[in-house]
Design a protein around this ligand. Structure first.
Ligand code: CDP
Length: 233
């Protein structure tokens, strides 16, 4: 990994987009730590909103009810060096939102424009002071189109499902086949939705991480960020 002496002084925003299981969250968290930046996981925001909707009995097709419920929902992200804490109406839901069920609901509620508008507004505010590594689906294309550095991480469906399987193994009763099916379905939903679909920004760097370790991906991004800051590329 990069030595702390290489930490940059000129702060920029780094956008990391890509499909489920491409390694975005882990990579983004490590990159932020290496650079002394703040990591913001926007997927966690869509997950927390979905958890709230499920708890209040609102389905993704109940658009009016969902929009009204957004008024009663208070979301806070507390960045930390190890992980980001997610508070939903003051309750710590950081772990609760990491289930296959919430993944699917998040992808459906994320299709609703009023929900996106509210969350994107929060995301842009958080990025105002620069020095942010933000991951999601629409960061480079829509949330932070002026981000200085944009990455699009991907990997084969098989590899992404395998990574999720390892992540869920101890806490969820789910098969690799089920996860592959869920990921393909979510890819489809996220890529074909009308508002801010998942796609590669024109100025993003595409990185297939199928056969790369987390450390390798982190190193590539950190080194390129340092070069860019030094004006060497
Ligand atoms: O971690 P994983 O890639 O499985 O998902 P996530 O980043 O936590 O995002 C969950 C869902 O939220 C995604 O499937 C998207 O539908 C939605 N999302 C989005 O629409 N826009 C974002 N910036 C982040 C997530």
């Amino acid at each position: 990994m990069t030595s702390p002496s290489k930490v940059m002084t000129t702060r920029m925003n780094i956008a990391i987009d890509g499909p489920a299981g491409a390694g975005k969250s882990t990579v983004a968290r490590h990159v932020a730590r290496e650079l002394g930046y703040v990591y913001i996981d926007t997927g966690a925001m869509y997950r927390a909103v979905s958890l709230h909707m499920i708890r209040t009995g609102i389905q993704p097709d109940q658009v009016e009810e969902a929009v009204a419920e957004m008024q009663r929902l208070h979301l806070e992200l507390l960045p930390g060096s190890e992980r980001q804490t997610v508070l939903l109406n003051k309750e710590d839901v950081t772990e609760t939102i990491r289930t296959p069920e919430i993944s699917q609901f998040a992808s459906l509620f994320a299709q609703l424009e009023p929900i996106r508008i509210k969350l994107v507004h929060m995301q842009r505010q958080m990025a105002e002071q620069k020095g942010i590594v933000m991951d999601g689906r629409d960061i480079g294309t829509h949330v932070l189109p002026d981000a200085e550095f944009k990455w699009f991480l991907t990997a084969s469906v098989e590899e992404r499902a395998r990574r999720r399987y390892v992540e869920y193994m101890d806490k969820e009763n789910v098969t690799l086949e089920q996860l592959m099916h869920d990921i393909e379905q979510r890819d489809r939903q996220d890529e074909t939705r009308e508002i801010s679909p998942l796609r590669l920004a024109d100025d993003a760097i595409l990185l297939d991480t199928s056969s790369m370790s987390i450390d390798e991906v982190v190193n590539v991004i950190v080194q390129r960020a340092i070069l860019r800051k030094d004006g060497e590329q």
